[in-house]
Design a protein around this ligand. Structure first.
Ligand code: FAD
Length: 367
């Protein structure tokens, strides 16, 4: 007999799906989470620590609770008996600290009984069978959500093997002359870190960064803003999705002032190519596309899934068409689920996918 729910990936995306299912009344015994790390922040924490991230990029709703409200601002306001987080949130100016976010993950991990469901194993193959999906030799699961995260760090070819190069998401200190490749949030954070450490910093970028608070425009988090995305032709959707990958970081003095000061002191400048710096920090994010994830690539090839460019084509509820019906679900969350939600690699995006998945699990006629 098939098990009820399998989640592949024990990171934040898998965790959000788990808490959403728990809220819908699904018991830990009915959910198996497969992953490399029992800590849901285990993959995320070292990356944020490597770039010394202090504040979340997301706002009050960037959390792992199953419901959007109350968000982190309201909870922090209650805990500190201080209305400031709420006031800032109303003006879209509240960003929780990383410490606040991690405290929330820890509390929710215990309260939701997450640890009871995690099996510390990787899944190498998902095979569609009658009534569900076989996950390696661990059994058949009626409803499966894949939340395997990004498929590895991206390093420019010309820097692979260069001994001066370190990826921004790997632990590192700062040399006295640092080149930072990239122009997104991680790069901007590294410019400030290296300047604060007293370094001379060169920013190498292919494109000028866009300045915006969230990683895609705010409108793409709303139904109305997404309407144009959903009604676009496939070709146009691919174009839009490529555009969302452009480098960006938030506007504001906190970013500009140190860069202007650095430039005045002759310690910050933009160049076109990597020079003779002692250290090259690759703030170049992650590899992109299902082909880099062996599990997804295998699934596409074996089951003949429909793809468009580097994306797996999904139904509007984040499920994989052709393999999903009334009795079983295969769905994608996180970076791999971008076909139906541009900001899928955010906590808000993970919640959208998790709710759609949970609705399918709840409404399934066979348990
Ligand atoms: C530095 C940084 C800061 C960020 N800040 C924010 C922010 O402020 N707000 C926001 O909303 N988002 C933020 N994000 C984006 C997003 O929330 C994170 O990328 C988040 O970690 C994504 O969660 P995930 O579960 O999809 O992937 P991950 O957290 O990477 O977890 C995926 C897990 O799946 C496991 N896995 C992979 N393949 C398999 C397999 N075949 N079998 C079993 N397990 C597998 C991996 O080992 C990993 O444990 C940030 C990202 C980064 C890198």
């Amino acid at each position: 007999m098939a098990e009820r729910v399998g989640i592949v990936g024990s990171g934040l995306g898998g965790f959000v799906a788990f808490t959403t299912l728990r809220h819908a009344g699904v018991e830990p015994a009915e959910i198996t989470v497969f992953g490399d790390d029992i800590d849901p922040a285990g993959a995320w924490r070292p990356r944020a620590a490597a770039i010394r991230q202090r504040l979340m990029r997301s706002e009050s709703d960037g959390h792992c609770y199953p419901t959007s409200f109350p968000g982190l601002a309201a909870r922090e306001a209650v805990r500190r008996r201080d209305l400031v987080p709420l006031v800032r949130s109303v003006c879209d100016r509240y960003r929780p600290t990383v410490a606040e976010f991690l405290r929330h993950v820890e509390e929710l991990r215990e309260r939701s009984r997450w640890d009871e469901s995690v099996v510390p194993r990787r899944i190498n193959r998902i095979h569609a069978v009658e009534g569900g999906f076989e996950l390696d030799r661990y059994g058949v699961f009626r409803h499966v959500l894949i939340a395997s995260g990004h498929p590895g760090l991206a390093v420019p070819d010309e820097l692979a093997g260069d001994r001066r190069a370190v990826h921004a998401y790997k632990p590192h200190e700062y040399a006295s002359r640092v080149t930072v490749v990239g122009a997104g949030m991680a790069a901007a954070t590294e410019w400030l870190n290296a300047l604060a450490a007293g370094a001379e910093v060169v920013s190498v970028r292919r494109r000028e960064p866009v300045r915006r608070p969230l990683n895609v425009g705010r409108q793409f988090f709303t139904k109305r803003g997404l309407a144009g995305f959903y009604s676009a032709s496939r070709e146009r959707r691919v174009k839009l999705l490529h555009g969302f990958g452009e480098p960006s970081y938030p506007p504001g003095k906190a970013w500009d002032a140190p860069l202007e000061r650095g430039a005045r002191e002759g310690r910050f400048r933009v160049e076109q190519a990597v020079n003779g710096a002692e250290q090259v920090i690759c703030a170049t994010g992650f590899r992109r596309g299902f082909r880099h994830d062996p599990l997804l690539a295998g699934l596409v090839d074996e089951q003949g899934l429909e793809t468009e460019d580097r994306w797996i084509v999904l139904a509007d509820d984040s499920s994989v068409p052709g393999l999903t019906d009334r009795t079983r679900t295969l769905a994608l969350a996180g970076a791999a689920g971008q076909w139906v939600f541009p900001a899928s690699d955010t906590l808000v995006g993970m919640k959208v996918a998790a709710r759609r998945f949970s609705r399918r699990v709840e409404s399934c006629p066979t348990r």
